[in-house]
Design a protein around this ligand. Structure first.
Ligand code: XUL
Ligand code: MN
Length: 341
C-alpha cells in the first residue's frame, strides 16, 4: 500500500522565535501549494485562520465565502484537505484557555469559534477537526478545577458533535507548552476523555512525535495505543531532542531508531487503509533561508519513505525467532545492523 502525505501552511514559516524576529519573508498560500504539490504531498492541513486570515473581524458569510475560495484553490492545485483546527490560543479571548477559561464569555468564544471551524471543514469537504488544546491547562494548578475542566471540555466536544454530525474530533495531546501543565497530555488521556462525550466513536486522536517525547513517552507506543483502539486518525511526524521547547525537527533527525519504530507500528496496523494521511508537523531552523524553506518537509517525507523500505525489508521471521529464544540482545543488534545496512 502506498501512503498519502499531508502538510500545513504553517510548516513554511518565517523563522521568528521568542528571542528574535523573522528571518525569512512570508509566502502566500498559492506559493506554498505549489511547493507542496511538486514535493509529492497529497493534502493540506489548516487552522481556521490559515483558511480565513483575520477570521474574528469577518462575518459568517464572509468566512464561508473565503473558505469556498480556498477549497477551489486547493482543488485546482490537485490536493485534498485533511483537517481543520480552531486556533484557540492567539486571541485576547483565549489568554486563560479556550474551553476551560475561567471567564464564561471567553468559553463561549472558544465554542463559537470551534463551531465555525466545523462549518469551514464542511465547506472544505473534510470531516476531521483537530483539537490541539494549547491553553487548556494551567500555569498555577490551583487556578482551575481539573474535574470542572474535563466537564467543560466534554461540553465543548458535545456542542461540536451535535452541530456537525459529519465531524470527527481528533485530539492532539501535548503535555506542556505554552501552559505549564495541560489537561490532555497523552493519547491515553485523550481516548479516556472520548468516553466522557456524547459520541465517543467520533472522538479519537492525532499523535505527534515531539509531544510524546515531551511527555517522556515512546512515540511508537503512543501510536500503537491509538491504533489498537482504532482511533489513530492522523499523525504529526517530526522529532524532538529531549526535554526542551517543542522543536518540530525533521522526522528521524534526532532518533532514527524511534522513527523506524514509528513507521513499523504504522505499517503493522495498516495505517492509511481507512484514508488516514501521513502528516508532518515540522519547522525550518531559524538559520534557513527561504530558498531552502521547505527542505525540512521534503527531507521528512524522504526519510519516511526510506524507513518504509527498511520496515518492509526487515526480516520479521528472524526477529520472531530471536524473540522465541529470548535473545533480545541479538534482536537489538539486528535492528541496528538493519538500519546501518
Ligand atoms: C503545536 C502543534 C500544532 C498543532 C495544530 O505544538 O503541534 O501546530 O499540530 O494546531
Ligand atoms: Mn502538531
Amino acid at each position: 500500500m502506498s501512503h498519502r502525505f499531508s502538510i500545513g501552511p504553517w510548516n513554511i514559516s518565517e523563522g521568528r522565535d521568542s528571542y528574535g524576529p523573522e528571518t525569512r519573508p512570508a509566502k502566500d498560500l498559492a506559493w506554498k501549494l505549489e511547493r507542496f504539490k511538486e514535493a509529492g504531498f497529497d493534502a493540506v492541513m489548516f487552522h481556521d485562520d490559515d483558511v480565513v486570515p483575520d477570521i474574528d473581524t469577518k462575518s459568517e458569510q464572509e468566512v464561508l465565502r473565503e473558505a469556498e475560495q480556498v477549497r477551489t484553490m486547493v482543488q485546482n492545485a490537485g490536493m485534498a484537505i485533511e483537517m481543520v483546527a480552531p486556533r484557540l490560543w492567539f486571541s485576547p479571548m483565549t489568554v486563560d484557555g479556550g474551553y476551560t477559561s475561567n471567564d464564561p464569555e471567553a468559553r463561549r468564544y472558544a465554542v463559537d469559534r470551534s463551531l465555525q471551524a466545523a462549518d469551514i471543514a464542511e465547506v472544505l469537504g473534510c470531516d476531521l477537526l483537530v483539537w490541539w488544546l494549547a491553553r487548556d491547562g494551567t500555569y498555577v494548578r490551583e487556578s482551575k478545577s481539573h474535574q470542572r475542566s474535563l466537564e467543560l471540555l466534554a461540553q465543548a466536544a458535545d456542542a461540536i458533535l451535535a452541530h456537525s454530525p459529519q465531524i470527527r474530533i481528533a485530539i492532539e495531546p501535548k503535555p506542556n507548552e505554552p501552559v505549564d501543565v495541560a489537561y490532555l497530555p497523552t493519547i491515553g488521556h485523550a481516548l479516556a476523555f472520548a468516553h466522557l462525550t456524547s459520541d465517543p466513536a467520533r472522538v479519537g486522536g492525532l499523535v505527534e512525535t515531539a509531544h510524546c517525547v515531551l511527555a517522556g513517552l515512546d512515540p511508537a507506543d503512543e501510536m500503537a495505543f491509538a491504533l489498537t483502539a482504532g482511533k489513530l486518525w492522523s499523525v504529526h511526524l517530526n522529532d524532538q531532542n529531549g526535554l526542551k521547547f517543542d522543536q518540530d525537527k525533521p522526522f528521524g533527525s534526532v532518533n532514527l531508531r524511534s522513527a523506524f519504530d514509528q513507521v513499523r507500528v504504522l505499517e503493522r496496523h495498516g495505517y492509511g487503509r481507512n484514508g488516514e494521511f501521513v502528516a508532518f508537523d515540522v519547522h525550518s531552523f531559524r538559520t534557513t533561508t527561504i530558498e531552502q524553506g521547505f527542505d525540512h518537509a521534503v527531507n521528512s517525507r524522504t526519510t519516511f519513505l526510506r524507513l518504509l523500505e527498511k520496515v518492509r525489508s526487515f526480516d520479521e521471521d528472524a526477529a520472531a525467532a530471536l524473540v522465541m529464544q529470548r535473545d533480545y540482545q541479538a534482536l537489538d543488534q539486528m535492528v541496528i545492523e538493519h538500519l546501518l545496512g
